[in-house]
Write a new protein. Structure first.
Length: 316
């Protein structure tokens, strides 16, 4: 099947089976760039089901780019609470302000210009350009990589296969209705060509899929095993005054969890903190009692275990 025929088949499927999402318009209609951008930023590292309520809340509070650009950072961070990866929220606000101040409040249309804005990477730039402005940009995220790897039976392991997958994806991307096509291939990967137990009988590309023909669809795409994430250790202090107030501090603006409030915390290191050294990190003099258990959290590149100490401090 030719690339143009593949695109046409997928668009027909999308018209009948595309997901109804709060940031989308019906097939063939041009959406508001602000809504497209807002949804794409929220969807980075986050599921569609989780994003829906946050998207509606943001639109209710800040219905357009100018409203968001004028919002205080703390308000935006509070509205973002629960979505995680808070650098996205900070970059989103920076991006909104930059578009208002440097672009007259109008989103750039092409990928190159979008890539210069805070918080917008290659995938988001391509998605915004295609969906909001009908530019034939090639999107490539995990869903699309999986679809293309199976369709063309790409045996090269990821991430080495990315360049080949991008080339193959670009061959199919149409010049007509590129925004609908971008959303269609996302939906195909999310609802049909899933990582496990793909619903091949429902796939519009089943007849052209080389992996399906060979019966190897569930083994693709092949991935290079990731090394185990290193473990780091820290200490956190629950410092409570007599009136019940808890001591908080703001993290540095730059770096992990930048600008967020936290209870006083030690640095993170490779070895566990012994009690004497841990108490030496305390923010004030008190009787610091080690609480039972460990607080564990996983970041993208490492795991963190926090021991918590509680103490009563004076009112200074």
């Amino acid at each position: 099947m030719s690339p143009s025929a593949l695109a046409a088949e997928l668009l027909v499927w999308y018209g009948a089976h595309g997901r109804v999402l709060p940031w989308r318009t019906p097939p063939g209609e041009r959406p508001d760039p602000y809504r497209v951008w807002l949804s794409e930023i929220m969807l980075q590292q986050t599921t569609v089901a989780t994003v829906g309520p946050y998207f509606r809340n943001f639109l209710s509070r800040w219905p357009n780019l100018q409203n968001l650009a004028a919002a205080p950072l703390d308000d935006v961070l509070h509205a973002w609470q629960g979505l995680g990866y808070y650098a996205r929220a900070r970059n989103m606000l920076r991006c909104a302000r930059q578009i208002v101040e440097s672009h007259g409040g109008v989103f750039p249309r092409d990928e190159a210009a979008l890539l210069k804005l805070p918080g917008i990477g290659p995938y988001s730039a391509a998605a915004i350009s295609a969906i909001a402005f009908a530019r034939p940009a090639t999107i490539l995220d995990g869903n699309v990589e999986r679809v293309i790897a199976r369709l063309r039976r790409v045996e090269t392991r990821l991430p080495a296969a990315k360049q080949e997958l991008r080339r193959l994806a670009a061959e199919i991307t149409p010049t007509e209705r590129p925004g609908d096509y971008a959303q269609a291939i996302m939906d195909l990967g999310a609802t049909v060509c899933t990582p496990k137990k793909p619903a091949c009988p429902r796939c519009p590309w089943r007849g052209a899929c080389r992996a399906f023909t060979a019966g190897v669809q569930e083994s693709l795409p092949r991935k290079t095993p990731k090394p185990e994430r290193p473990l780091r250790h820290g200490v956190a202090f629950w410092a409570e005054r007599g009136d019940g107030q808890i001591l908080l501090r703001r993290r540095p603006e730059k770096g992990l969890l930048g600008g967020l409030m936290e209870v006083p915390t030690s640095g993170w290191r490779e070895t566990p903190w012994q009690p004497r050294a841990a108490r030496g990190e305390a923010p004030a003099e008190a009787y610091w009692r080690a609480l039972p258990g460990i607080v564990a959290h996983g970041f993208t590149h490492f795991r963190l275990e926090i021991a918590v100490y509680a103490g009563k401090v004076d009112g200074r």
